[in-house]
Ligand binder design. Structure first.
Ligand code: XMP
Length: 508
């Protein structure tokens, strides 16, 4: 199924919902070249919602050719209005808009509304309104402010709904989408994590043949799933390289090695590069300089290993569908954002990329991971930045001692958050150590002068915005007292209550 994006805020969500129904969906810009559409041989098109008015200057237009491909088309909100405008119905700006919950009254079920109640709530977000469907269409439903809230012309395979079936506030939305996908477009609803594994394994085999493959494993869920898919496809032709830069969390390196080398039996080279990285970070405090040094050093270590392996031709990367969409909607060549490259590998490395997650959203990557036998702990790992703890020792030099303190504090926080069952609800939870800051305390009648630990925990959907997590007071109290009791150098614990914006998630 192709979802054509007319600029709506829910376009990605439509694609995700379609996939949840068991149908592979791709999101493409509304003006994607027609041959790109044809090449994909879609079973149908969904036209997304979009900006306020079809009559606005620069409003994205709907090309009639898209309605004549011989596959069913479902227009949602703006998508329906654009269809009406293109085919000669009447759409006009209404005096009042319709935003939020509304009541849908079905006058005729037709094919699209088959099986839904005659009256139901639905979610609306529009000002332009369809007053008359184009010739040949039947109006199926109305709502408080929309004389035509659903319409269809089954002979031409054209369907439109004013409300948003993709949001949770439209209780029958999924059922309507399913009707469109299965009964109207004839999709077989068989797409699943298991089918992704099968398909990607076949693709990787086809791409790589007898070639050798290298993968920079970070321990994060994306590179782990990409590596395991590749391993399943080409076995020992793959070698993973795990660069331990000494900036990982407590026991993280051991866990990665145990999971991949011991459990999954993936050929893995673990490089202990702590000393190299710390030597280069000595005396450095500027955040961007740290990132640059870590990036450069990572490439150096990685290149050395690639050379030792006689330079494999292929490189596995965990690029996700959200990166592909961000970099131009998947129609052109991939431009990979630097921080999505493992440790920031530059473009001029002479590898051909293997990107088995290019079509998947993050939650689907987790499903595929589970399907491949990854533990919950690996699959549900919170994101962790490439430069690791180096960007969490702030305002002072990154030293081995400070990293140890931070690692211990972080381990206590993670432990308590997991025990409280809150780990998965948080986008990220971690500690920050202001490196040069000391605070005065009193412990056992003695004056102390120790480090301050900052607790940072946020909820977020995509890291673009984030809210500080309202952790329970008793949890915070346990964490603070454990940190001070168990880590000799720490005598004060604080909580960061800044959202993003104005703050960023990390401190640097
Ligand atoms: P900020 O701090 O910008 O972070 O709100 C957004 C998300 O990106 C992660 N992050 C990084 N990831 N290399 C990475 O691989 C980096 O240099 C980097 N800086 C931030 C951060 O942990 C959060 O999830």
């Amino acid at each position: 199924m192709l979802v054509l994006d007319f600029g709506g805020q829910y376009s990605q969500l439509i694609a995700r919902r379609v996939r949840e129904c068991g149908v592979f969906a791709e999101l493409l810009p509304h003006d994607v070249p027609l041959d790109e559409v044809a090449r994909r041989q879609p079973k149908g098109l969904i036209l997304s919602g979009g900006p306020a008015s079809v009559y606005a200057d620069g409003a994205p237009a709907l090309r009639t050719e898209l309605l004549e491909l011989g596959v069913p088309v479902l227009g949602i909100c703006y998508g329906m209005q654009a269809m009406v405008l293109t085919l000669g119905g009447r759409v006009e700006g209404a005096e009042v808009g319709e935003f939020g919950r509304s009541q849908l009254m079905v006058s005729e079920h037709g094919r699209l509304l088959d099986g839904v109640p005659a009256e139901q709530s639905c979610w609306m977000s529009h000002r332009d309104t369809v007053f008359e469907p184009p010739p040949g269409f039947t109006a199926l439903a109305s709502s408080t402010e929309s004389p035509v809230a659903a319409m269809e012309d089954p002979d031409r395979g054209l369907y439109g709904i004013q409300f948003h079936p993709e949001v949770a506030h439209t209780p029958y939305g999924t059922q309507i989408l399913e009707t469109f996908l299965r009964d109207i477009a004839g999709c077989d609803m068989a797409w699943s994590a298991a089918s992704v594994v099968e398909e990607q394994v076949a693709r990787i085999r086809e791409q790589v043949g007898e070639g050798r493959v290298i993968c920079g494993l970070s321990g994060g869920v994306d590179s782990s799933v990409a590596a395991l898919l590749t391993y399943r496809a080409v076995g020992d032709q793959l070698t993973c390289v795990f660069v331990d830069h000494g900036l990982m969390r407590k026991n993280e390196g051991n866990q990665v090695v145990a999971a991949f080398r011991d459990h999954f039996k993936v050929p893995l080279i673990a490089v202990d590069a702590e000393e190299r990285f710390l030597a280069r970070l000595a005396g450095v405090t500027d955040p961007e300089t740290k990132r640059k040094i870590i990036g450069e050093e990572f490439i150096r270590v990685f290149e050395e290993q690639a050379e030792r392996l006689d330079n494999p031709r292929y490189l596995v990367q965990g690029t996700l569908y959200s990166d592909v969409i961000e970099s131009g909607g998947g129609t052109g060549a991939a431009t990979i954002k630097s921080h999505h490259n493992v440790g920031g590998l530059p473009d001029d490395l002479e590898f051909e990329l293997v990107e088995p997650l290019r079509t998947l959203f993050k939650d689907e990557v987790r499903q595929v991971g589970a399907e491949l036998g990854m533990s919950d702990r690996l699959v549900w790992r919170q994101p962790f930045p490439g430069p690791g703890l180096a960007i969490r020792v702030v305002g002072g030099e990154v030293t081995k001692e400070r990293l140890e303190i931070l690692r211990d504090a972080d381990a206590i926080l993670q432990d308590e958050i997991r025990t409280a069952g809150l780990y998965r609800e948080l986008w990220q939870s971690f500690c920050v150590l202001p490196g040069d800051l000391r605070s005065v305390g009193v412990q056992g009648d003695e004056r102390t002068y120790g480090y301050v630990v900052v607790i940072r925990a946020v909820t977020s959907d995509d890291a673009m915005t984030a809210d500080w997590a309202r952790l329970p007071y008793d949890l915070l109290e346990r964490v603070a007292s454990r940190m001070i009791n168990e880590i000799a150098q720490v005598n004060r614990v604080t909580l960061d209550i800044t959202s993003k914006p104005p703050g960023t998630i990390e401190w640097e």
